[in-house]
Design a protein around this ligand. Structure first.
Ligand code: ADP
Ligand code: MG
Ligand code: MG
Length: 324
């Protein structure tokens, strides 16, 4: 007899009659659903031990692709996204707390970052409910803390807000690049942001780790999001992850400043035909955008050049840049 197939989309509803790992159940009380997708779902929770709010990503084991597994010296074979969070320690990447598993799910317990952008003012209080399971009402609400929701609320950011957000993402990507890690799904939804626009990267489900002593390998399969995919990826060509990552940063920059994607359709993206950008584009910002959205990956700005760009550098004036 074969096990039932996992459903198309998985939400916190699946916890309704799911026996939780006993140690997890003892140590955490579950709150609202923060997000859901094909892989599983993310729920806010509170540690019973120290009262800290956390985010728990329930990853459906059968949905982890064959290449998405890695051996951790302490934890054994685990999903790549849990491994990456565990090995990275950077202010721009959400912190790993612990990992549980049962017959169906991994439970990736991580730092909860950000404020719920679509919540009512009183919502902060009820963000983490006291009940051990999400109640029916909690499962209907979505109180996400990501940059997508944040931009929806603000429609677009002013130049200083955009600069600060972008500089932090660039700093995290630069740090990861030095470790040989590429996120491969950089986008607004995968950045969590608080009320002061402090940003952290989440969702390393498409990430890859490569040997930094060797030239970056070419990949054929793309796991990210079409709107953020580089020209070479959209052309179906083999791509190198660091170059494609910089392109996705260009798309993110446009969304931060204009509130819009820089391309009207995939054909425009393939040709690098940028729509006339809305919003307050200083010549510096425009120069940076063009460097990121250069069609030829060999001529495209590198992550080091993006980090050193004057428009980005200005974000760190009077602030402490993380050491790497
Ligand atoms: P998926 O792989 O399906 O995209 P994500 O890991 O991106 O799942 O999580 C889905 C959503 O849950 C995110 O877009 C964000 O809104 C929310 N989320 C995930 N992790 C956290 C976290 N650590 N802190 C706050 N919100 C989070
Ligand atoms: Mg995501
Ligand atoms: Mg993902």
């Amino acid at each position: 007899l074969s096990a039932p197939l996992p459903p198309q989309t998985v939400s916190a509803r699946h916890l309704a009659d799911h026996p939780l790992h006993p140690i997890f159940a003892r140590n955490y009380s579950l709150g609202d659903e923060l997000g859901s997708g094909g892989f599983g779902f993310v729920v806010s929770a509170r540690s019973v031990v120290d009262d800290k709010p956390v985010a728990v990503k329930f990853i459906w084991k059968e949905k982890v692709p064959a290449h998405g597994w890695v051996r951790d010296p302490q934890l054994g074979v685990i999903p790549m996204e849990a491994f990456v969070l565990k090995v990275v320690d950077h202010p721009g990447v959400v912190k790993f707390i612990e990992l549980f598993d049962d017959h169906q799910f991994f439970y990736l317990v991580m730092e909860l970052h950000g404020s719920p952008w679509n919540a009512q003012p009183s919502k902060a209080e009820t963000l983490v409910a006291q009940s051990p399971r999400p109640g029916p009402a909690a499962m209907e609400r979505r109180s996400s803390c990501d940059l997508f929701e944040c931009i929806e609320q603000h429609s677009r950011l002013n130049e200083e807000q955009a600069r600060w957000v972008f500089a932090q993402v660039v700093e995290a990507v630069w740090h990861l690049d030095r470790m040989g890690i590429c996120h491969r799904d950089i986008k607004d939804e995968n950045c969590v942001v608080d009320a002061d626009f402090n940003v952290k990267l989440i969702d390393f489900g498409s990430a890859v780790i490569t040997d930094v002593r060797k030239p970056p390998p070419y990949f054929n399969r793309f796991f990210g999001t079409m709107t953020f995919a580089s020209s070479e990826i959209l052309q179906g060509k083999p791509y190198r992850a660091p170059q494609a990552e910089v392109w996705s940063l260009g798309v993110l920059l446009s969304i931060l400043i204009s509130g819009e994607c820089p391309f009207t359709d995939p054909t425009a993206a393939i040709k690098g035909r940028i729509s006339k950008p809305k919003g307050a584009w200083s010549p510096d910002a425009l120069n940076l955008l063009l460097g990121c959205l250069e069609v030829d990956p060999d001529k495209r700005a590198t992550i080091g050049q993006v980090r050193d760009h004057p428009w980005v550098r200005r974000a760190w004036r009077g602030r402490k840049q993380p050491q790497s």
